[in-house]
Write a protein that binds this ligand. Structure first.
Ligand code: FE2
Length: 355
């Protein structure tokens, strides 16, 4: 079924074929494959060597790179930290390293200190840092190019989505899905529980499997990997689960909740799940880049898509930054107290004055 998922060729971005591919891909599957993207895939694989070396360090050393103080938005996220909202709280079987490759709006750091944090890097990992940032920037460019194709295909001004991302809290995560042991294989442990991404658009330039001895290898189980759920229809009220198997060299691009909201549901935030191979000992590295709206952007459907149903479904309007804060609480990375910031938070002043 995966051949149904359209391919957008960015070397031919302004063609009718690209517009058609993105409308069908983002509209029905919430996903397209991207070719002609200009990202150096060999470089990505060299980066994975650096990532594996880093994740191979002792646990105690890695703990020093974890940043619970900024909700793990930079540095190392230990396994079992994050959980999908709908999945009933099963933590994901992965470890990650977060960094922001693009320049952030420094002013926003005052209001959202955690999600606009400076990057933090392990000592002596200069190659890792440089490769990480260079790859992140190059993948970000693909996101902007796709957003232009998307806007044009919807008969909106070409820059409308891309402009809304300038200075936003874009973040990249380099991750490793962990090895299952004999007793876990075939059970209900998945590498990433079914969820939708909360950003604007997500880029996945391809992962790499490692065998139990740590050597790079091909796909150990043809059924393992990314599955997405298509838009529900009368014939398939739960949608269909489609295995994402991009053609070689292609990048996967997924619609996030923000793009679904801006388009009043015309584009679909893809529910997706990462299943583990049915063989013990295999791991997989991946690189995911999340393009976000700038935190002061209003998150509400464009006028073009407004109907009563759409307003009911996507109202009330909120800012992208407050929406993000709420989501980080929902997925277990930020404390519930973070929500106090979304209303007046100076009641203490009156209490102090009266005492
Ligand atoms: Fe995701």
């Amino acid at each position: 079924m995966s051949e149904e998922i359209p391919v957008v060729d960015l070397s031919d971005a302004s063609s009718a074929a690209s517009a058609e591919a993105i409308l069908k891909g983002f509209g029905d599957f919430g996903l397209v494959y991207v070719k002609g993207h200009g990202v150096d895939i060999d470089r990505l694989h060299r980066f994975y060597d650096l990532l594996i070396a880093l994740f191979g360090k002792p646990e105690a050393e890695k703990q020093a790179w974890a940043r619970p103080d900024i909700w793990y938005q930079r540095g190392w996220t230990p396994p079992n930290t994050e959980q999908a909202v709908v999945a009933g709280g099963q933590p994901d079987f992965k470890e990650c390293y977060f960094a922001a490759p693009m320049e952030l709006d420094a002013r926003l750091g005052l209001m959202f200190p955690e999600i606009y944090s400076e990057n933090s890097w392990p000592e002596g990992a200069d190659d890792f840092r440089d490769e990480y940032l260079a790859l992140g920037r190059s993948v970000h460019q693909v996101g902007l190019d796709l957003l232009r194709v998307c806007a044009t295909a919807l008969d909106l001004p070409a820059e409308i989505f891309a402009d809304g991302t300038k200075g936003g809290p874009h973040v990249t995560r380099a991750l490793r899905y962990l090895a299952l042991d004999e007793s876990q294989v075939g059970g209900d442990i998945v590498w990433g529980e079914e969820h939708t991404d909360f950003n604007l658009v997500t880029l996945l330039p391809g992962g790499r499997f490692f065998d139990p001895s740590g050597q790079p290898c091909g796909r150990p189980d043809p059924d393992a990997g990314l599955y997405l759920r298509t838009r529900p229809t009368a014939a398939h009220p739960k949608g269909r689960m489609v295995h994402g198997r991009p053609p070689p060299g292609c990048i996967v691009a997924q619609v996030g909740q923000q793009l679904e909201i801006l388009t009043g549901g015309t584009m679909l935030a893809t529910p997706h799940v990462i299943t583990a191979p049915k063989a013990p000992g295999y791991t997989r590295t991946a690189f995911a880049h999340f393009v976000h709206l700038h935190s002061e952007q209003r998150l509400f459907p464009h006028d073009k898509f407004l109907t009563d149903d759409v307003m009911r479904a996507y109202g009330p309007p909120v800012l992208a930054g407050t929406y993000g804060l709420k989501t980080l609480v929902d997925i277990g990375l930020a404390p519930k107290s973070a929500l106090d910031k979304l209303g007046y938070h100076h009641y203490d002043r009156l209490a102090d004055a009266r005492s």
